[in-house]
Structures are given as C-alpha cells and as structure tokens.
Design a protein around this ligand. Structure first.
Ligand code: AHR
Length: 662
C-alpha cells in the first residue's frame, strides 16, 4: 500500500469516531464576498531565519568541514583530530599540527602547519558538524589552500570515512612549488553515511601549511558552487514566503557590542569573512555548544540572494547600538552612534545602489549587478526602554532623510505585554513609526485565548510585524516532541486572528525556523533536520496552509454578528483571492468532538464543488519525526455546495482550509 493511501485511510479512521458520534451543529455564519474589509499584504506570511540550532553553519550552508580555517577562538584546532598522535609520546609521533598566525594582520588570522615525520604515518581528521552527511553516488567537491614549506610531501590524500573507518570516497592532490596555492578536487561517495568524516593523509615527509579546507556537495540549491543545502531550501520555498527576515534574532545584538552581527564583515571574499563565536555557543549552560561559530559563509549577499530565489522581500535587521539586554546590555553612547547609522545607510546602498556606488559596486562584483530592491530594514531586535527609543529615533531619522522610500521596522521588546511593551508602543506611536515588531513565545492556551488580540488595534496607527512567535507546550520533553499538534493547532487558531486583522498585521513569522536534531539549543522549531534528512513539523504545515492560501482581501464572517474567536472551540477567518477568484476559509476546531458549520455566502455565486485541505490528529501530543515525517500533514478532499451555502464538517482537533471558486 502506498504511503499516501495509507495516510488517507488513517485519516478517515481517525475522524470516523467523531462522524459517528453526535456532531454538534453551530449557528450559521454569514459572509458577503463583495465586501472586503482590508487588503492582505503580500508580506503577510514570511520566514524568520537565525543561525541558532546550527541552522546556518552545519545546516542551510552546505559546507561539511567544521572550523575549515582554524579560527575557532576557544581552540583553533577544534574539530580536527590527529588519530595517531598522542601528546605524551611526541618523539614516536608520525607528525604534528601547529596553528600559525599570518604575518600580515587580516581577517583570516590563522592557518595550520603540518609537520610529517614518517611517510604515510600522519593523519588529520575533520569530524564535521556532528559528522558529515554523505550520499551514495553523489559528488563532493574539495577545496584547500596549501603551501609547501620544506621536505617533500608529494601527495595529500583526502578520504571520506564511515563510522568504522571504511573509506567511502577518495581523491588526492599533488602540492606544487612554494607559496600558497589554491587546489580543487572531487570524489564520489560509494555509500550513504550520516556521520562520515574527512581524513587527510600525507605521502612523503616535510612541512606543509593548510588553510580553508572545505568540502561541499556538488548537488546544492540551484546547483550553485559552495551553495546551500537543497532539501532545506526546498522546504522554505514550499512555504511561499512573503519575506525573509535575517540574520535573527538575538544574534543581531550579540552578548557584547563587539560580538554583534556586522553585515559588512559578512560580504566579499568568503575566506576574508572573519569567523565569530556564535551567540548561542554559551547562551544555555544545559545546551553548551563550544563548537558553535559563525563562518559567515552565508552572509548578507547570500541572504539577499536567497530572498530573491524564494520570491520573498528581504528584511534585514541591524544592531541599534545595544547588546542583548538579557546579557550585558552594553550601550553605545548617543554621540558615538554614527557607525551604526552608517551601517544602515551603507546596507541600503549595498542592496539597492547601482554599480557605480561604493557598496553597489561590491554587490555587482559578487555577482548581482541588478539591485535587490530592498524595501524594509529593521533597527534593533528585542530591545526595550528609553535607551532603545533614543537610538532607534536617531537611526530612523537618518534613513528617512536619505531614503524616504524605505520602510523602517521598529520593535516592542521580548514580551507581548507588560511595562516594556506598553512603553515601547506608546513611544513608537509618538514617533509615528511605520511598523512595530512583536514577539511571543507563550503556552498553547495563550495562543487559543488571544485570537482576538488584534481586533481592537488602531487601524490608523503603526502596523504590526508578528516577527517571532511559537506556542510552547509544557511537560512534553525536550526537542522535536515540543513541536506537537497541541502547539501547532493553537497557532492555527491564533493565526485566524492574524488573518482577520490583516489590515493592521502586515508581516508574520514563526520562530525559530530550523534545528539540527543533534545540535539544537532551542525548541520548538519549524523544521528539524539531521545531516541527511529534514522534515516539516505540524507547525510547518500550519504555516504552509496559511501561506500558500493567503488571498488578497479579508472578508468579514460573523456568527450572530461577531467573528468566531474561540466560541465552542471554533475559530474562523476568510479571504478572497482576486487573482484566482477563490473564497478561502481557514477554520479551526480545537475541541475533541467534530462540529458542523454552515456558512451562508452572499455577493457572489459559488461553484458547486470545492476543496478542503485538512490537518488533523486526535492526539495533541502527536508530532512528526524522521521516521514519519508527514504523520501530521494536509489531506485533501472535495465538498459539494448547495444554494451558496457551505456546510462543512470540522473534525475534532483540526485545521481546515476550505477553498471555493467564486
Ligand atoms: O528565536 C529565538 C530567539 O528568541 C531570538 O533570537 C530572539 O529574538 C528571541 O528571544
């Protein structure tokens, strides 16, 4: 039996009991399709990307070698093993590894010096990011800079090895002459291995220097050399995102100002992008990840390029001169804010300036002469208090003076309520800002009871960016189990409120986006992956159902003159799509019995047949896994319409997207 058929049968079996039991019938709902109440912005459903949980290095960025340039500050040889060397028997050693500094001061500080004493006896092994995911018959491209110093190392052999040291791929390079030279070679893997390693053996004896030891699969997103992991970008592309927010999150702020994200250090030649310790390296002592650094292989150019690939508006967020207020809260004095202002102005030039401008020239040189047409820029992440408002105001003013067309995104701090939130909103309103970012990581109960959160927001005030949100179920264990159906269903209920209020809520994004199952710091997350595979959580499918059916105009649907925001455990929003001429309802039943709703449609004639996409599970604790990645995923069915009346069965604990042609 094929998987889809099996899934369909399981779905019918799951919802059958609720059909057989008495189904409750609710009061009818009414909608007039000729009367829209607001437009849905094309940016309504976007994605939030941050290098947390090994989402960039070790994840989206397909580099397989960890610490390729020997720059990890805690230990510059971290990730590199010398299997036949031991520090107590140096004389018997076959060789040694030393970390050296370049004479010239530059952003690539270190290189490795390898001394080989016994021919064929010395090896180096790179362990990858929790191993390397290698696929049978796939090609792997190896890159390395080498400089022979003395003696005669004739050949350097690169081998992929599995967990038992069996060779599953091999290539070799003959280093030539003096001075640094760049080499490239390839190998094809004979096996699929989740935790492979890269072994380097030296033929001959002597001294040789190595730097930027790098390996990528040939098969990357869009086939780009040294590109992004294809399966992960595909999952993002399938979301039809309206925007891509990058590079985070707290990573923007840094624990200290010195360690904040500085976009200028992430563009240009990859080997000159200065490696920086990742902010999530030491953030949680119970999730201590000493090997978490940022190579910036994905830097701002790559983020803009990814936005373009996904058809998403780029939304970069920059530091406002305050380090993370949960950590040091270090502040730049107001009269020293200039470099931060300049960073914002230069970024706009990098993204949008023509190739005769300073920064536009660099973008063109990197391969994109056309502007990226950036429209939004965010200043500050989760900042709060007067210190934020003062700095935000200065940077916003400078941007508006030079680039009045750019929409500046401000923030209201880490909580969706309370003193800081209230103060932030009040002050930002006084500044007449365009958009305010709100963050909420709350219980499923909070999401269910906040579906009407935006119903009373001022339509004439700043717009809302629900920039980071996720329901956090309690007591369900750690990791993927936190992405259970209870949380996802609660988010779906809440999202009907976002959609109903699209007149004020212009951008929304779940957070965080991705997590490596063997290297995460934070859960829940929308997508889980390991070195070989990836899957969307139930939360992912909720996002996907909303984002691939966004509509263009919000419609008013009421039951007894009020919207459905949790009465009888039901939530509902409606949009029409002016392009596809569709009427789309998103209906959520969080209760444990099935319910039938009836919607009377006026103002347009409905086709006789419609489609319903349903996400459902009777177990609130159910979650997707690598073994059953689509356990909770949408199932499609048909409905028949009589006399412009939509009668739909909403199974217990379900999200239904009802699509009708007008
Ligand atoms: O999404 C994870 C973190 O949550 C983000 O970095 C931060 O902005 C928020 O506190």
């Amino acid at each position: 039996m094929n998987f889809n058929l099996m899934k369909r049968l399981c779905f019918i079996a799951a919802i059958l009991p609720s059909f057989l039991s008495a189904q409750s019938q609710t009061d009818p709902l009414n909608v007039d399709v000729s009367q829209s109440v607001a437009e849905v912005q094309p940016t309504m459903y976007g994605i939030f990307f941050e290098d947390i949980n090994f989402a960039a290095d070790g994840g989206l960025y397909a580099e397989l070698v960890k610490n390729r340039s020997f720059e990890f500050t805690l230990n510059p040889s971290m990730g590199w093993q010398q299997p036949n060397t031991n520090r107590h028997s140096l004389n018997k050693n076959s060789g040694m590894l030393n970390i050296m500094k370049y004479k010239e001061q530059n952003t690539n500080h270190n290189f490795a010096r390898v001394t080989v004493k016994n021919a064929d006896g010395y090896q180096l092994i790179n362990e990858g990011y929790r191993g390397m995911g290698i696929k049978k018959d796939n090609q792997y491209n190896l890159y390395v800079n080498m400089a022979k110093q003395s003696g005669d190392i004739q050949k350097v052999i690169f081998q992929l090895i599995d967990e038992s040291d069996n060779v599953i791929g091999e290539t070799s390079i003959m280093p030539k002459g003096d001075g640094w030279k760049h080499y490239k070679s390839q190998m094809v893997a004979s096996e699929t291995v989740e935790n492979a390693k890269l072994k380097i053996t030296f033929a001959g004896t002597g001294v040789i220097d190595l730097d930027m030891v790098s390996m990528f699969p040939e098969d990357t997103w869009k086939g780009r050399e040294k590109g992004l992991r294809k399966d992960l970008v595909q999952l993002l592309d399938d979301l039809n995102p309206g925007f891509l927010r990058f590079p985070g999150g707290c990573i923007v702020e840094g624990r200290t100002l010195e360690r904040r994200y500085q976009w200028k250090k992430t563009v240009g030649e990859i080997e000159n992008r200065e490696v920086l310790v990742n902010r999530w390296n030491t953030e949680f002592m119970h999730k201590f990840t000493p090997d978490y650094y940022q190579s910036f292989g994905i830097g701002f150019y790559e983020y803009f390029q990814l936005s373009e690939d996904l058809g998403a508006e780029p939304l970069p967020i920059l530091s406002c001169g305050i380090a993370c207020q949960y950590n040091t809260g270090e502040l730049v004095p107001l009269d020293e804010l200039d470099p931060y202002v300049q960073d914002a102005l230069d970024l706009i030039e990098f993204a949008n300036g023509d190739s005769s401008t300073n920064w536009g020239k660099l973008r063109a040189k990197m391969g994109h002469p056309e502007p990226f047409n950036m429209k939004y820029i965010g200043i500050g992440n989760e900042q709060w208090g007067e210190v934020y408002i003062e700095r935000y105001a200065i940077i916003e003013k400078a941007i508006k003076e030079k680039y009045p067309e750019i929409i500046v995104v401000s923030g209201s701090g880490p909580s969706p309520d309370g003193e800081h939130f209230e103060y932030g909103w009040e002050e930002l309103k006084k500044l007449d800002v365009a958009i305010v970012d709100e963050h909420y990581y709350r219980s499923p109960e909070w999401f269910r009871s906040n579906a009407a959160r935006y119903d009373d927001y001022d339509r004439n005030g700043p717009k809302v960016f629900a920039g980071e949100y996720a329901a956090h179920p309690k007591g369900v264990g750690d990791g993927p189990a936190e992405n259970n159906w209870e949380g996802a269903l609660a988010e779906a209920a809440f999202m009907t409120g976002l959609e109903r209020n699209a007149g004020v809520v212009h951008l929304t994004s779940y957070a965080p986006l991705m997590a490596h199952a063997d290297a995460y710091q934070w859960a829940p997350d929308m997508i889980w992956f390991n070195n070989l595979e990836s899957y969307g959580t139930p939360n992912y499918y909720v996002q996907k159902l909303f984002a691939t059916n966004p509509g263009t105009h919000v419609l008013k649907v009421t039951q007894n003159d009020v919207p459905l925001t949790g009465q009888d455990n039901l939530y509902l929003s409606a949009v029409k799509d002016a392009h596809s001429k569709e009427l789309i309802f998103k209906a959520v039943n969080t209760g444990n019995t099935s319910q039938t709703i009836t919607i009377n449609v006026e103002g347009g004639k409905l086709n006789r047949k419609g489609t319903v996409l349903t996400l459902q599970d009777n177990g609130l604790e159910t979650f997707n896994t690598f073994e059953a990645p689509e356990k909770i995923s949408p199932v499609s069915s048909e409905i028949k319409i009589k006399r412009n009346q939509v009668k739909v069965e909403l199974p217990s604990q379900s999200l239904s997207v009802i699509k009708l042609k007008i």
